[in-house]
Design a binder for this molecule. Structure first.
Ligand SMILES: Cc1cc2nc3c(=O)[nH]c(=O)nc-3n(C[C@H](O)[C@H](O)[C@H](O)COP(=O)(O)OP(=O)(O)OC[C@H]3O[C@@H](n4cnc5c(N)ncnc54)[C@H](O)[C@@H]3O)c2cc1C
Ligand SMILES: [Zn+2]
Ligand SMILES: [Zn+2]
Length: 222
């Protein structure tokens, strides 16, 4: 078997009892909730225990995920609309959304139209083997131009006095060219400053999230 493909199975007996396949979907979501990587999961729950009828729900308690295990063989409409209308488009909460490809496509289209937060990850999975990417000169230049076309600094959202784009994800061995962020000269200095009294308007983690959103936006545009 290829070394980029894995067969996985949940370890938690309470999950394994009811899963559709190996319970990986539920286990990853449970772990993400328990460790605070996300604030909530939007998934599907059977209506009156009927496996052919489901409704979208927001789960914030990891134990309640057990009520959503398994596949409901029906098409649940409006998962994207549920997020947009009732959950503020994912702007105020970090959400993970479980959906079929058609549900996720609706989310991508709303993100493109700026009607939904780019913080909802749909393609990129933060697994440990997601290695940092460095591009060749030509691709890097295209990325830089795409970011600079945003015109305003994405750290203070105010200044137009732009520097070269900054890597949202940087550091020894992890610098990733996919995470470029538009930044002004002042913010760039603050981001790299070690003096505690002059703080960047956004945290390193927040800037990284913007970098990944820029990457999604770029990939959608090409
Ligand atoms: C309608 C449908 C058709 C499928 N057809 C195939 C297929 O042909 N071949 C194949 O290999 N796999 C198919 N799957 C995927 C498969 O059934 C499992 O969902 C997948 O293998 C994950 O298994 P798991 O044990 O990790 O999931 P679990 O840990 O059991 O988690 C499943 C997750 O899916 C969510 N969910 C359940 N029903 C729906 C729904 N209708 N829409 C959106 N989310 C839902 C649950 O709430 C839960 O979060 C299908 C899934 C669905 C929902
Ligand atoms: Zn700035
Ligand atoms: Zn920098």
């Amino acid at each position: 078997m290829s070394n980029t493909m894995f067969i996985a199975r949940a370890l938690d007996a309470s999950v394994l009892e009811r899963v559709e396949s190996g319970g990986v979907v539920t286990s990853i979501l449970k772990c993400a909730l328990e460790t605070g990587h996300i604030d909530g999961v939007v998934t599907i729950k059977a209506k009156n225990n009927d496996r052919f009828s489901g409704i979208p729900v927001l789960i914030t308690n990891p134990d309640e995920l057990l009520d959503t295990i398994g596949s409901l063989h029906c098409s649940v409409p409006n998962i994207a609309r549920f997020v947009k209308e009732y959950l503020d488009g994912g702007v105020s909460k970090k959400l993970a959304v479980v959906g079929k490809p058609c549900d996720i496509r609706a989310i991508i289209e709303l993100q493109k139209r700026k009607q939904m937060s780019y913080r909802i990850p749909h393609k990129r999975c933060n697994l440990k083997n997601d290695k940092p990417v460095r591009f060749g000169k030509a691709e890097y230049k295209k990325r830089q131009e795409f970011i600079l076309a945003k015109e305003v600094c994405q750290v203070c959202n105010e200044s137009y006095d732009l520097d070269y784009p900054h890597h949202g994800l940087y550091g020894l061995g992890v610098k990733d060219d996919r995470t470029l962020v538009n930044i002004c000269v002042t913010c760039h200095r603050l981001v790299h400053s070690t003096e505690g009294c002059y703080k960047s308007p956004k945290s390193r983690k927040e800037i990284e999230v913007i970098g990944w959103a820029n990457n999604d936006e770029y990939e959608e545009s090409v």
